[in-house]
Design a binder for this molecule. Structure first.
Ligand code: FAD
Length: 517
């Protein structure tokens, strides 16, 4: 007999993992070994636009986990199953092959994943294996917070207020660390089936998801819980450098500093500066569940000696915790309004907005050659680092949807599919729909960023642009934000694809009367 914890792409950690903690307690109670199981599912990755970098990050994390679990005499069994449709029966036949009595997993809230897991639960029950699905991804689980009318929140501010109240009323329920898994008895290594799993290898790649820059990614985004914790420590305790590090190892930079001046404490003032290495860069680790959001909040509170969670905008820590609340919010929206994960706008009245079909413009955007330096720097940052600063994401997404008037769904798919390592369906969808004004943002559609003034605020000296757009590497002064045509031609930098004012007028027309040109 055995207890199995089924690890997925979003909960890749040993510590503070609720399903794993429960599985371990059960295994101890039943005096049976605990086994961790992971299925690589190429069809799922293709269907959900997983980027090769994200898949590679998964494999690298599995390698680290394999070693850490082995120290606890817990085998990690990694297999590949090609067909999405037959995945549930494949999982259950695996459970039967190891005589599993119990199955534990953390819930994934996307529609396809929920459907898959319901089928797995039904098949497992039929086979006499008791399944348990656990809430773990968020601080507050979907469904717990509702408006006075009993409806799910569709606006962030009131959601956040209730989110805070719930946590502060019962911090133990929401922030307590899940118990760490206990070691298996070493005799598990003599087990006829489980014993062999210790020497099996994690595949080095998944068919169709070749990560061409895997060594570079491994330097920028090292795998494993220790790396994630180091990233958190770096954010909370070390000082930001003044310019973007580009391809440098982010773990290596930034001197230890008094906590008063750390990135976290300066977050309130610095977070919108794309030229500064001022945010945590934890998104790849949170998206893959290499670190829990509970741990992030516990560490942030500890830094300032606070006992209550707050999102007070006066402090860096409060603002940062607010970002974790955004992460929860977008997953709550996804769970309550599943249409958003099916390519539908949250605000259905915008379903008929007329989009431009312009493959040349889209290609220019995708490759960072729009002729608007801040947009090109943003896209090229994603293409080189697999990650983009939040302000840069907003500017680039707004430019695609409002200036080029290209469908947000194309941007959503491409950003996940091609480049980013932190792809998370809920946050990405939320961010794209925010930028396209089709989402939960109560601000109306006429919020249209001027990319040039955004550039002046996010990158006042042009350091960010010069780092990622080498054609403009010799341009200093205000011209960097909108190079004159002659200068651009001389430097081999493209001219802007559209005139911002004309594009703005077009967007206003189309949003005002969805359906009209
Ligand atoms: P920090 O500023 O240090 O914030 C800490 C954590 O809070 C982040 O790691 C993230 O988990 C969460 N967070 C921060 N901002 C947001 C936000 N606006 N919405 C939801 N969660 C947030 N984030 C992703 O994790 N994956 C995505 O695929 C993704 N796609 C986006 C697409 C667009 C168009 C936009 C506008 C935003 C997107 N975001 C996405 C949100 C945000 O840009 C990133 O989470 C953030 O830039 C990550 O950097 P960081 O870890 O340094 O963030």
């Amino acid at each position: 007999d055995a207890v199995v914890y089924w690890m997925r792409m979003e909960d890749m950690r040993i510590y503070d993992n609720r399903a794993l903690a429960q599985a371990s307690v059960q295994a101890l109670k039943d005096h049976v070994p605990l086994l961790v199981f992971f299925v690589l599912s190429p069809q799922d990755y293709a269907a959900h636009d997983r980027s090769p970098r994200r898949v590679d990050f998964t494999l690298r994390n599995l390698c680290v986990l394999k070693g850490s679990l082995a120290k606890l005499d817990i085998p990690l069994h990694v297999t590949t199953h090609a067909s999405r449709r037959t995945l549930p029966s494949y999982v259950v036949s695996f459970l039967q092959s190891v005589n599993a009595t119990r199955l534990f997993a953390n819930i994934e809230y996307e529609v396809d994943e929920l459907r898959r897991d319901i089928t797995v639960c039904n098949l497992a029950n039929e086979a006499g294996i008791l399944p348990t699905l656990v809430h773990d991804k968020l601080i507050v689980e979907p469904g717990l917070l509702s408006t006075k009318q009993g409806k799910p929140y569709s606006v962030f501010s009131p959601f956040q207020r209730q989110w805070l109240a719930a946590i502060n009323k019962n911090p133990n329920q929401y922030l307590a660390e899940a118990v760490s898994p206990s070691a298996n008895p070493p005799t598990v290594r003599d087990h006829p089936i489980l014993g062999k799993m210790f020497s099996s290898e994690v595949p080095s790649r998944v068919e169709g998801f070749q990560c061409l820059d895997k060594h570079q990614m491994a330097v920028i985004w090292p795998a494993g819980m220790d790396a994630a914790r180091e990233m958190l420590r770096r954010f909370l305790r070390t000082k930001s450098r003044h310019t973007q590090s580009g391809l440098a190892d982010p773990l290596g930079e930034g001197a230890e500093t008094s906590e008063k001046k750390s990135r976290a404490m300066a977050y309130k003032d610095d977070r919108d500066r794309a030229d500064r290495d001022s945010t945590s860069r934890l998104s790849p680790y949170l998206a893959a569940g290499v670190i829990s959001s509970r741990e992030c909040i516990r560490a942030a509170l500890e830094l300032v000696g606070a006992t209550k969670v707050h999102t007070n905008r006066d402090t860096g820590i409060g603002m940062w915790i607010q970002e974790i609340a955004w992460r929860d919010f977008y997953t709550h929206v996804l769970a309550a309004f599943p249409r958003v994960s099916m390519g539908r706008p949250f605000q259905e009245k915008y379903a008929d907005v007329q989009w431009e079909t312009n493959p040349e413009h889209f290609e220019a955007w995708r490759t960072g050659r729009t002729g608007v330096p801040i947009v090109d720097a943003a896209i090229r940052q994603a293409n080189t680092m697999g990650w983009m600063h939040n302000r840069a994401r907003m500017v680039a997404a707004m430019y695609l949807t409002k200036d080029l008037m290209i469908d947000w769904r194309l941007g959503e798919r491409v950003s996940l599919h091609a480049a980013i390592i932190d792809g998370d369906l809920a946050s990405n969808n939320g961010g794209w729909q925010w930028s396209a004004s089709t989402g939960t943002d109560p601000q109306p559609y006429f919020r249209i960023f001027n990319p040039y003034s955004q550039s002046e605020k996010a990158d006042p000296n042009g350091d960010y642009i010069r780092t990622f757009v080498p054609e403009l590497g010799t341009v200093f002064g205000p011209e960097i934000h909108n190079p004159p045509a002659k200068l651009a031609d001389k430097l081999g930098y493209p001219r802007p694809l559209v005139d911002h004012k004309e594009a703005r007028d077009r967007a206003l027309r189309r949003y005002k009367n969805p359906g009209s040109k």
